[in-house]
Design a protein. Structure first.
Length: 306
């Protein structure tokens, strides 16, 4: 079977919070944040529902499809508007969809988990799936904690996946999870995000490299064949370390965290949108999409753009 990416859309809040603004209330500086994370500013505002709805509508418009054309909505989010009900049905209602809708929570791997889920749904008879990654991380940030406040931000990205019997954009996947690392990055009910940054860094690089290598092997390619890498936008040092170990030059990696910060499940579609708008997505080229997140979860996929 084949699956095609038919359209993309993003949504980010209007409010921009710079490093300089954060340095007024936190014991930090623009230079400290930029050097250690690569982030210069981030977007704050909205909600998973409002941002996800806007990104979803833009993806549908880009794909040239209407509400009645969508057979299923899969929303990747770590920050649903409520514990119950799920946010996906509310987004579906806002978009005028009349189809099943569900949330997937795999943290920052969420978008790729949702794409893999959509692939399976297309294998079982659905024609078009709307996949959205939407986050309202700022709601769960302690803005007096400089370790987390400088990292997390809000945003959404979406794509329409369509069944195609004659060819495919998705060549391989490698997904995984290790619950023994669950306490490294957490957010308890009523609490805030907390992270063991050093250990997350160490494990993140390892699982990205491992899953990327397995996805490439499954697709029958090597890192030399990749035209572009679209990684989860968590920290510039993680991206640099992972690409170096994979033998991939940094100029092949898409980096947007300097403008958007860490938007968890929204970060890969945000990076893809930037790459497309800047002419970095080439028809026929191979791309590696790879992410990792709390859980600990990870996910890599090889795509050949059509």
């Amino acid at each position: 079977m084949g699956v095609r990416f038919k359209g993309w859309g993003i949504a980010v809040p209007d409010r921009i919070v710079t490093n300089e603004e954060l340095s007024r209330t936190l014991d930090t500086t623009d230079e400290w944040i930029t050097e250690r994370t690569g982030i210069r500013e981030r977007r704050i505002g909205g909600s998973a529902m409002t941002l996800g709805t806007l990104a979803g509508q833009r993806a549908m418009d880009d794909a040239g499809v209407k509400a009645e054309d969508i057979d299923f909505l899969v929303l990747a989010t770590t920050t649903p508007d409520r514990i119950c009900p799920a946010t996906a049905p509310m987004i579906a209602n806002e978009l005028g969809l009349n189809c099943p809708a569900m949330d997937v929570n795999a943290a920052c791997s969420g978008f790729m988990y949702a794409v893999r889920t959509a692939y399976g749904l297309l294998e079982t008879g659905n024609k078009r799936i709307l996949v959205i990654g939407a986050e309202h991380l700022s709601r769960w940030v302690d803005w007096t904690d400089r370790n987390m406040a400088v990292l997390l931000a809000d945003g959404a990205g979406a794509t329409v996946l369509e069944f195609d019997p004659d060819g495919t954009d998705l060549l391989s996947f490698c997904l995984g999870a290790d619950g023994s690392a669950a306490d490294l990055l957490t957010c308890e009910h009523g609490g805030y995000f907390q992270m063991n940054g050093r250990e997350v860094f160490r494990r993140a690089v390892r699982v990205v490299v491992d899953s990327a290598e397995k996805a490439m092997a499954s697709a029958g390619i090597t890192s030399a064949d990749l035209g572009i890498v679209i990684p989860h936008q968590a920290n510039i040092r993680i991206i640099q370390a992972a690409t170096q170990r994979l033998g991939i030059e940094m100029d092949r990696a898409v980096v947007v965290l300097d403008r958007y910060g860490n938007t968890s499940s929204a970060s890969i579609p945000l990076a893809f949108d930037d790459a497309r708008n800047n002419g970095r997505i080439k028809v026929g080229e191979y791309a590696l999409l790879t992410g990792f997140g709390a859980g600990m979860t990870w996910a890599s996929a090889i795509v050949r753009w059509s």
